[in-house]
Design a protein around this ligand. Structure first.
Ligand code: 0PR
Length: 388
């Protein structure tokens, strides 16, 4: 650390240099994040010092948090919804499974030294579930997918046993943007009296704004919790995730006594929490409303269809028909192609693991012109690969 402080001018020169090394989103087709809405940025700055870890000091911010939960409860068909703003999908998933574990432990009072509990998730689950296995010391059993990358309900059922804490289904999978057969999984959860968590980190701000979509919310009786990330398609600032429970009963299993704060209980994973992200999320949700988000989603879906049409013109097919604004392309040598697109053409794309496909996320920072440039470069990169 330097002995004495440096001037503001010098600081900004350092910051500008760092910024130059960062990618600008225009060349990024691999991210589920995007530029936050300017209203969100303004709100974030206004509440920059607000700490939801001690929300008795920040009653106004806390009221906005409660309002966010109510707004989401109304679009996810639940008026008894409880929860809180997390740092994102990872924390929401950890806490949802921790609540399941505690619920089961309190209800069945099992001896954790003798029993190793498990949860059943789709094989397509985000890698946060591998962290969960490690943190909570539980087995994460991965159910098979069908040919369209949806989880097989039969496979899920075959993995359930007396040590199963609960089930997970995905509304908008990370790699393929696919939606599991959630209605059937809800029935499965009900018939086995198990809680069901929906990972809608990505899809939660897409599905409600599509003209038609399968049910994925609290209107299905088996669903006990939902994770949704305003910092992805919600256009809020990072870190903004939301964990929602159907009612207080599940949240209450996360209760921790918090002495010396203005409120004596905490249900969250982190202590100090960003009130700025709460303000940002509240502001952008109010500002856009259902109409605004529908426009955002419409634009991304139009671009998604446009991209599919353009790649089909050069003989490339999507791996599955895009369900939301995630496109996977069945290309030769995806790993080499990705490297080439990055190295020679300065595009950031990603690849799926199994099966391997080129993966593109069509976020609001993209437009038809960028897609045209990308497809031209993709065509050239494919030619380069054929030559080598
Ligand atoms: N659940 C799903 C379905 C997700 O897709 C993700 C993240 C998470 C949970 C975890 O969310 P947090 O990262 O907010 O904890 N999906 C992307 C991924 O990990 C996130 C991402 C965002 C990746 C921006 C790249 C990027 O540039 O692949």
């Amino acid at each position: 650390m330097n002995e004495t402080g440096v001037s503001e001018e010098e600081i900004f020169s350092l910051l500008n240099n760092a910024k130059k090394k960062d990618f600008t989103y225009q060349r990024v087709l691999s991210s589920m994040c995007t530029y936050p809405h300017e209203i969100a940025v303004k709100a974030h700055m206004q509440f920059i010092e607000s700490n939801m870890g001690d929300f008795g000091l920040f009653k106004g911010t806390h009221d906005m948090e409660k309002e966010i939960l109510l707004m989401l409860g109304s679009i996810y068909n639940c008026n008894s919804v409880e929860g809180y703003l997390t740092t994102g999908g990872t924390e929401s998933n950890i806490q949802a499974i921790r609540a399941m574990r505690n619920f089961s432990r309190d209800k069945r009072s099992y001896d954790s030294s003798k029993v190793r509990p498990n949860i059943v998730v789709p094989a397509s689950a985000h890698f946060s579930f591998d962290k969960i296995s490690d943190i909570l010391d539980i087995d994460v059993r991965k159910a098979d997918l069908d040919y369209e990358m949806r989880v097989s309900v039969q496979s899920m059922e075959s993995l359930i046993d007396e040590n199963t804490l609960g089930l997970v289904a995905i509304a908008g999978s990370t790699e393929f943007g696919q939606i599991d057969p959630i209605e059937k999984i809800s029935d499965l959860a009900v018939s086995h009296s198990l809680p069901l968590h929906i990972d809608a980190a990505f899809g939660g701000f897409v599905l409600p704004f599509l003209s038609t979509h399968p049910k994925f919310d609290f209107s299905l009786p088996g669903i006990t919790s939902i994770a949704v990330d305003p910092h992805k398609m919600g256009l809020s600032t990072i870190p903004s995730g939301v964990l929602l429970f159907r009612n207080f009963e599940y949240l209450n299993h996360l209760r921790v006594h918090a002495p010396y704060l203005t409120v004596d209980t905490q249900y969250t994973l982190t202590g100090t929490r960003s009130g700025a992200a709460v303000a940002a999320t509240y502001a952008v949700m109010k500002f856009l409303g259902k109409e605004g988000y529908t426009k955002v989603v419409d634009k991304c879906m139009d671009l998604t269809r446009y991209l599919v049409k353009k790649v089909q013109e050069i003989g490339i097919q999507p791996f599955i028909d895009p369900v939301m604004n995630v496109v996977t392309l069945d290309v030769p040598h995806p790993t080499a192609l990705r490297a080439r697109l990055s190295r020679e053409y300065n595009w950031q794309v990603s690849i799926t693991q199994d099966p391997k496909a080129l993966r593109l996320v069509i976020m609001p920072h993209l437009d038809a012109e960028i897609i045209d440039c990308f497809v031209d470069d993709l065509k050239e990169a494919l030619k380069d690969l054929e030559k080598n």
